[in-house]
Design a protein around this ligand. Structure first.
Ligand SMILES: Nc1nc2c(c(=O)[nH]1)N[C@H]1C(S)=C(S)[C@@H](COP(=O)(O)O)O[C@H]1N2
Ligand SMILES: [Mo]
Length: 369
């Protein structure tokens, strides 16, 4: 059977007469996020991949990863869950919006509950059955709070194949690239796994349209973001607020880059060079910075709590009010070894609790260079 027909042919029968009339999720006037424009009535642009790959058997969705019970659900099984109707505003990162689109399907929360997530589950990755194994991810609690829907119908009809039928993800309140077409796998994860667009094209990993989180940095195009991530070269770039959390940026070259407020949390940054960079208020929590270099960098207010600083050179210009441990949480502080270089005069710039922590971490592992 050609995969294109799967959506229609396997669609389950439901008692349409018994349905309650469609109710709007809320009656407030809907508005457009900044930089968006409305598509003409009745239009729904096609974006990204146009068709799924053929499946060997009937369509199914697997829930796996950090769960007690992995489950595999056929379309009929999905139909057996209580169905939820939701008028969702679509906002595509390419600046078109379509408001109040009536989707119907199973709340993600119901499916996840059925699989019994373990305490390790912090992220959810959606994987589609398409040529490039398209995927996207969200923090699990955020996906649930946003009322993510595993949609089977739109406008009272089975989802058209080109729009993700027989089953797609719909994440209200995020750019539409978080709404994966042709869903076959829901995977719960302890660590985030960046999706296709997020990893390859520099799409923002949070994707809140109200905060215009389109790309990892404002003022750069998709092509520029792609080149930047592929070459790992930010030398001299002005990328205030770069949102790079969770990325593999091993060996990054960021000499003299302007990276104030940049977010490098949980990044792989071994051997990275930030010499002469402006990193004031930058976030490096839990990042791997083994052997990284910050010679002459501005690290005022930067946060290194939980970062791995073994072999790192912090011969910075300034580390006023930088943090290496979070005093409010039980989280681990930065890891240092005998190769971690911090000039003693810089230690005096730290707040007392931070200074005490870093002195301890450096002394435990060798003398301060
Ligand atoms: N499998 C898959 N899902 C995907 C994409 C894709 O290329 N492949 N593109 C995403 C993007 S960028 C958008 S805007 C929406 C487009 O959905 P539509 O074609 O139904 O408008 O799907 C998202 N989900
Ligand atoms: Mo998109």
């Amino acid at each position: 059977m050609p995969s294109i027909l799967v959506g229609q042919m396997q669609f389950c029968n439901r008692n349409r007469a018994a349905r309650r009339p469609f109710k709007m999720a809320h009656t407030l006037p809907r508005s457009l996020p900044p930089g968006q424009q409305l598509v003409a009535a009745g239009k729904w642009p096609l974006v990204g991949e146009r068709a799924p790959l053929a499946l060997d058997g009937p369509w199914h969705v697997e829930i796996a990863g950090a769960v007690r019970t992995s489950i595999r659900l056929a379309i009929e099984d999905l139909c057996a869950f209580p169905q939820h109707e939701q008028a969702v505003d679509i906002h595509c990162v390419t600046r078109w919006s379509k408001l109040a689109v009536p989707f119907r399907g199973v709340p993600l929360a119901s499916l996840i509950a059925a699989a019994e997530p373990t305490s390790a589950a912090r992220y959810v990755s959606f994987v589609g059955h398409s040529a490039r194994q398209h995927s996207t991810s969200l923090p699990l609690d955020e996906a649930v709070a946003l009322e993510t829907l595993i949609a089977l119908e739109v406008g009272g009809q089975p989802l058209p194949v080109e729009h993700g039928g027989p089953v797609r993800v719909v994440v209200p309140g995020r750019y539409f690239y978080k709404s994966l077409k042709w869903l076959t796998r829901i995977e719960l994860l302890a660590e985030d796994r960046l999706g296709y667009w997020e990893a390859a094209a520099g799409y923002h990993n949070t994707a809140d349209p109200w905060r215009e989180q389109r790309f990892i940095a404002g003022g750069i195009s998709k092509a520029e973001a792609h080149a930047l991530l592929a070459d790992r070269d930010l030398r001299g770039c002005d990328l205030l607020g770069l949102a790079a959390a969770g990325r593999d940026l091993t060996g990054l070259r960021a000499d003299r880059a302007l990276l104030r407020n940049a977010d490098f949390r949980e990044c792989q940054l071994a051997g990275a060079c930030f010499d002469g960079a402006n990193l004031s208020n930058a976030h490096f929590e839990r990042a791997c910075l083994q052997g990284a270099s910050f010679r002459g960098a501005d690290l005022e207010g930067a946060n290194f709590a939980g970062a791995d600083l073994r072999g790192a050179c912090l011969l910075a210009d300034s580390i006023v009010a930088a943090s290496f441990v979070c005093s409010e949480s039980a989280e681990a502080g930065a890891i240092c070894d005998a190769g971690t270089q911090v000039p003693p005069e810089l230690l005096d710039q730290l707040m007392p609790d931070q200074q005490a922590y870093l002195r301890g971490a450096l002394h435990l592992n060798g003398e301060i260079s």
